[in-house]
Design a protein around this ligand. Sequence first.
Ligand code: SIN
Length: 314
Amino acid sequence: MAYPLPQSTSMGLQVRRLAHGLGAEVRGVDLLRLDAAAWEAIHAAWMEHLVLVFPQQRLTGLEFAAFSARFGALEVLGSYQGLDEYTDPACKGLMTVTNRRIRDEPSRTRAVGRSWHADRSFVPQAPIGTFLYCRELPDVGGDTMFSNQYMAYDSLSDGLKRVLTGLWAVHDVLGRQDSLVKALTPQELARKRAMDPPTAQPVVRIHEVTGKPALYVSEAVTTRFVDMSAEESQPLLKYLFRHSVDPTFTYRHAWHVDDVVMWDNRCAMHLALADFDPVQFRTMLRTSVVGAVTGRVVPSMPAGPEGLSSPAAT
Ligand code: SIN
């Protein structure tokens, strides 16, 4: 599906850094009327700063989706994830992340992203970019943190870089999320396992545009290194989880309603902080865009989470 945008000229774009680690604010651009030069300028800023914030945007959901789709094909998660009620009927790639009750049920997207991760690294073709458009916020809090994974890699010793280069790790949506596993019935667990089997991804990911290496493991889903047991993998993984979110590499975004934020999952991780009163509402529109296939499904996994003490299965 195409999401055409009106054409016009636009320059005068201003980019202001927000943190040492990553993140920049972009002003002076109309996201609805991006000509080629403006798109190039935004893309270049995105490659340099990894996270871009566009304050005070006045967009409909479909316009927001149209802007996102300038960066790649929109990922469709609705039916696949049982999230139909959270997707826009006019654009299946447009989702709502909210803690508002839906059809009198607790929202299934209310706790999205509560540990450090790069979006959906547990599938072979993970989204390269994700976009959020803030629609409502609690009085205080509801912040999102980001961490620069180029910096995380660059700051390792040469010896550890050599160890990690060429290694692959298993990313399993069920592997480290005990609360998710406990909340699912055996049938749901089997369905989720069938939909999202564990996937191996390179531990050091080379960004296909910048050519730079970035660390690509996360505490949310990375369970072990390929060809090693989970037990053997834990000490080094634990070190990498801690190192990858060292405060030096991070930016904490305190949202305003009407902010659009986009980030690059190839070289940045993020964390949705639960730092707000859950009786107040936080609602974001969300899109993501797919890129190259970087992972491969790990064969012969049992139905259920890949046990952290199980032997290597590849
Ligand atoms: C996400 O992890 O995709 C959502 C982040 C957020 O809601 O801040």
